[in-house]
Ligand binder design. Structure first.
Ligand code: ADP
Length: 498
């Protein structure tokens, strides 16, 4: 009782009511004192840390303060060639030969070490990528470990995963990942590949290499045979060298639709299998009978979670006309309480935009929205002067043909439209080149089932948004790519069924 009163008094002392209807909280930064980062990172090839042949490096910086964190090796074709050769040797010599139950043990070990080092991984993810520590800690790292646990379970049960068929590994998997969920994407890609008996050459995105390199340390600690997992860092040309390498059997890519198209062209006519998880412009649809307060939370979670750096972000909002005014008012009130700032602070809701380039792209679209005549709303919030930040942004009065409705922005920018009938909203929601995800908020189960069959989206959430689980497949229609990751579908992308 006494303690409670003390806390309340302290809170009142610390907090002052501001004109944006929120409390100003005292800083609560996560400590980074416990983490171990080197000044320079080499390539992880054949179980060893090797310098790139041309001795080229690039800097990785913290987008929240623009400070350099470390130098990262820049791999070229000859380094990629070494990595692919190591992966091939490990595939032929060890990984495709050992008992599947042995493979499972290694993968479980990786999952457990990730859990043991979860705090370190979360802090590094936030420093390197800009996402709030709350998300790295509660979403990215636990989910990444879960992907290893889940797939480890399948390693010695492939005959049950694919009954009546024999599942054979494909060989060497070349995997290229983006910067929005660096560790999680690495886990999505590496875990099923290893479980099915493939070996891996993985390239993280150039702005967020650090947690993939930490994962390499974990893989070393778990004692995986050399060459089973190789991590090569670099830019787009490093990724292209992996895609074009003749000894790569499977390409798994997550990133922009533009690069996905380049990759699809590059592998056309080869025997390489591919899964491409690309962009999105997902619709979050609120019907008049929806639980409005929960829906508002779902909208916020759908687009402002991870600064909108989510391929399946609910970046288009459709609200049924009779509740539009109410929903928009509640949404404006709610985003006025979001804290934009230091991603290492445990109270922060919206962290830093991943890079200066990405902030430039987001600002370009905000300008386009204004020029196209849409009405913009941004709450008044204190955005740090150093680092790359963008306040939550709403656009109303937008046309279906507007570029902010049709094109992926990959930032905390929401385009709001209204609708009257189900047919109208289905037609509008499907009217983009993408088809990754959608959200439906309504009290009626039958309406949910009706919409799930008519919306052209790979994932449809009902009365929730942005929920992930290693057992569920994820992937898109149309220009959002093809193939599924996660669950048995994800595993099947790494096997040949004979
Ligand atoms: P984003 O727009 O999300 O940064 P990109 O598609 O540009 O997405 O990048 C995703 C990943 O693809 C990164 O690791 C990047 O280095 C890599 N990449 C970029 N260009 C190419 C390419 N031509 N071939 C293969 N990988 C590439």
């Amino acid at each position: 009782m006494y303690t409670n009163r003390l806390i309340t008094l302290q809170l009142i002392k610390m907090a002052k009511k501001t004109n944006k209807n929120t409390w100003e909280l005292a800083p609560a930064p996560e400590s980074s004192g416990h983490i171990d980062l080197k000044k320079q990172y080499e390539l992880f090839i054949d179980g060893r840390w090797v310098a790139p042949k041309k001795k080229k490096y690039f800097a990785t910086t913290n987008p929240a303060n623009e400070k350099k964190i470390a130098n990262i090796a820049y791999a070229d074709e000859s380094d990629v060639d070494l990595a692919v050769a190591a992966a091939r040797k490990a595939f032929d010599g060890v990984w495709s030969k050992i008992a599947p139950s042995e493979r499972a043990k290694y993968i479980y070990r990786i999952a457990r070490i990730m859990q043991e080092r979860s705090r370190e991984l979360a802090v590094i993810e936030t420093m390197d990528g800009g996402k709030p520590i709350r998300e790295s800690r509660d979403v990215d790292v636990p989910l990444a470990a879960n992907h290893f646990f889940y797939n480890a379970g399948w390693a010695d049960k492939l005959e049950y995963a694919f009954p009546t068929k024999r599942a054979e590994p494909l060989g060497v998997a070349g995997q290229i990942i983006p910067w929005n969920f660096p560790l999680l994407m690495a886990a999505w890609k590496i875990a099923p590949a290893l479980a099915a008996g493939n070996t891996v050459v993985l390239k993280p995105a150039e702005t967020t290499s650090l947690t993939a390199l930490k994962l390499a340390e974990i893989i070393e600690e778990a004692g995986l045979p050399p060459g089973v997992v190789n991590i090569v860092t670099g830019h787009g040309d490093t990724g292209a060298a992996i895609v074009n390498h003749p000894d790569v059997n499977k390409v798994a890519f997550t990133g922009s639709t533009g690069v996905g198209k380049i990759i699809q062209n590059a592998i056309a006519g080869t025997n390489k299998k591919a899964t491409l998880e690309l962009g999105g412009k997902s619709a979050n649809i609120i019907f008049a009978d929806a639980p409005i307060d929960q829906a508002v939370e779902g909208i916020v979670n759908g687009i402002f979670f991870n600064q909108g750096h989510v391929c399946c972000a609910g970046s288009r909002l459709f609200v049924q006309e009779s509740v539009a005014e109410l929903v928009i008012k509640k949404l404006k009130d709610r985003i006025g309480t979001l804290i934009v700032g230091d991603p290492m602070d445990k109270n922060t809701d919206i962290g830093a935009i991943n890079s200066k380039e990405q902030l430039g792209i987001i600002n370009k679209y905000i300008k386009i929205g204004n020029e196209e005549g849409a009405e913009m709303y941004q709450p008044s919030c204190n955005v740090p002067s150093k680092g790359y930040f963008c306040p939550p942004t709403l656009f109303t009065n937008v046309a279906q043909s507007s570029r902010i409705v049709q094109e992926e922005i990959f930032g905390p920018v929401l385009a709001i439209q209204t609708f009257r009938t189900i047919d109208e909203v289905i037609q509008k929601a499907n009217n983009t080149p993408y088809g990754l995800a959608a959200g439906v908020w309504t009290d009626k189960g039958s309406r949910i089932f009706n919409l799930t069959t008519k919306l052209r989206a790979g994932v449809i959430w009902a009365n929730t948004y942005n929920k992930f689980d290693p057992t569920s497949p994820f992937g898109g229609y149309k220009e959002s790519g093809f193939g599924r990751e996660g669950g048995l579908h994800g595993l099947s992308a790494y096997v040949k069924l004979v």
